[in-house]
Design a protein around this ligand. Sequence first.
Ligand SMILES: N[C@@H](CCC(=O)N[C@@H](CS)C(=O)NCC(=O)O)C(=O)O
Length: 278
Amino acid sequence: MLELYHHGSSVCAAKVRVVLEEKGLEYKKHYIDILKGEQFNPEYLKINPKGVVPTLVDDGKIVTESTVCCEYLDWTHPGDKPLTPSDPLQRADMLRWTKLIDEELHPACGTITFTCSHRYTVLRMGKEKVETFLESTPRLSLVSDWKERKRRYVELGLDDKDARKAIMVHEMVFDKMEAVLSENSFLAGDSFSLADAGMIPYLNRIYMLSMLDKWCEEKPHVLSWFEKMRERPTFNSAIDSHLPESLAADLRTNGAKSWPKVQEILLGVREEMKVGVV
Ligand SMILES: N[C@@H](CCC(=O)N[C@@H](CS)C(=O)NCC(=O)O)C(=O)O
């Protein structure tokens, strides 16, 4: 039996749910509320010492790291819909996307999500619980200094020094997507692959923060790719149906309030990119 430890606002967990749903696999769900600190329960840390979701369990065997979980599912359940291109060059393209997501986009998404919205959701717990929540983060978590970063993001929001880089990373990824999607229907060739499955939750995060249309108004291929992904029958079962309305409302409202500051930073980043500073 397949089991998934996940949370409604986790982009990494969403990525694995997309693959499970695309393949039509049945799985048992365990909800770990990462905004209440349930990922730090000793029992959960035994299966995921980084204290993060997702964790996939296959007949008792534990698989962590979302991209690895997606690949594992594709190896073990290729079915009639393998999500890895058979052409080696397209496969290399796919791996470059999933590498970019893991190495750059994911930490940047964590910065944007916390500085724009999650900080407000977490602060509602009250001072004492927030302190426990921040202190419980393991040394090696989302990245090796996530504990310090999370504290700064909660305290400083978009005034934190990482905000600019996180916005720049998103802009560069969106530009790269725009270039590729103006020639291909999917990120790695002519069919849906693990690259698309991996990217959907990140676009959706910016969408949930009420920022995507404005951010990408001059990137029509990115917007139409995302619309196409939203039309897939698995979008609701893998993504929308797992986000509690209160959390969706937090993301929507806090994101809309944060947009003017994000936009100001973004316009600065675009100027620097134009003159070749970055
Ligand atoms: N590299 C890990 C990262 C997982 C990760 O960052 N999960 C986030 C949610 S998307 C999390 O559980 N965060 C808990 C926290 O911030 O304490 C993976 O790809 O599975």
